[in-house]
Write a protein that binds this ligand. Sequence first.
Ligand code: CP
Length: 306
Amino acid sequence: MKHLIDPMDLTQQELDDILTLAGDIVRNPEKYNSVCKNKKIATLFYEPSTRTRLSFESAMIELGGNVIGFSSAQDSSVSKGESVEDTVRVVGCFADIIAMRHPNEGAPKLASMYAEVPIINAGDGGHNHPTQTLTDLLTIVEEKGKLDDMTIGLCGDLKFGRTVHSLIKAMSRYKNIKFVLISPPELKVPEYIIEEVIKPAGQEYVEVTSLEDSIGELDILYMTRVQRERFFNEADYIRLKDTYILDTKKMRLAKDDMIILHPLPRVNEISPSVDKDPRALYFKQVRYGKYVRMALIMKLLGLEVE
Ligand code: CP
C-alpha cells in the first residue's frame, strides 16, 4: 500500500504517470466518471481549508465515488481527545482512502503507520503539501509544455510556506532549474531546503529581497501569502505581511510568457488588478488541482479505465 506524505514519496516515473493521467482526465473527463463507483474518500481536516478539501471531495465525486469526513476537529471525537492513530484506524473501517490536513508536522506520517488504507497528506503544519505540488506541476506542464529548463521565482513567506518547500523538492528533480528565492531575511527558505534539496540536486539558486529586480528573468512567479497562523508574534506578522505586492506596474517588468501561480488563499500579495492579465493563472491552477487529485486517487487505489 502506498501513501503520499512527502512529494519525494513518488518516484519520477510515478510522478510522470500521475501528470500524464491527469492530462488525459483534463481532456476526457467523461471516461473516468465511474472508475471509483462504490469507493469512498474520507477528508479529515484538523485545519481550515477551502481548495484542498473541496477539490478532493469533488475529485472523488467526479470519479463516481462518495465522500465522508470532517472539516474541523471540533466536529469529531478529536474534541474528546481521540488520537490521530485511533482516528485513522476507525475511519479506515469506513473509507477506502483518507486525505488528512493537520497543524502538526508529521501527523499524516504518523497516521500512515496505523492506517489500513492509503493516507494522503493534505498539508502538515509548515512542512509539506504534496498535492498542492502536484497541482503546481500539472499547471506548469499544461501551460508551459515542459518542466525542465525553468527559472522559477518563489516570493513571500518561504520559511513557513509548506507549498514552497514541496515545490522546490519536486522541481529539483527536473533538468536545469534555477530557483530565485525572494523573501525578507526573516522569511528565508529553511536551511535544510538549500543544503539537503537544492544543492544535492545541483540546481542553481539565488536568495534576494527585491521582486522588482528579479521578475524580468522569471519563467514562473510563484507568489505566496505570509502565513499569519504560523507566527509567534502578531507584530512581526504585521510588519512583514505586505512586503511584496504584485501589481500591474511590476508585471510590466515581466516576460510576456511568464506565468503567475499562487497556491491561494491570497490576502494582499497580488493586487486584484493583476487578475485580468492572461499570465495570471492562479484560478485556473485551482481547476488543475481537482484533475490531478482525481489521478492521484486512481493511482493510490490501483484503479484504471479500459
Ligand atoms: N492551497 C491550499 O492549500 O488552499 P486551502 O488552504 O484553501 O486548502
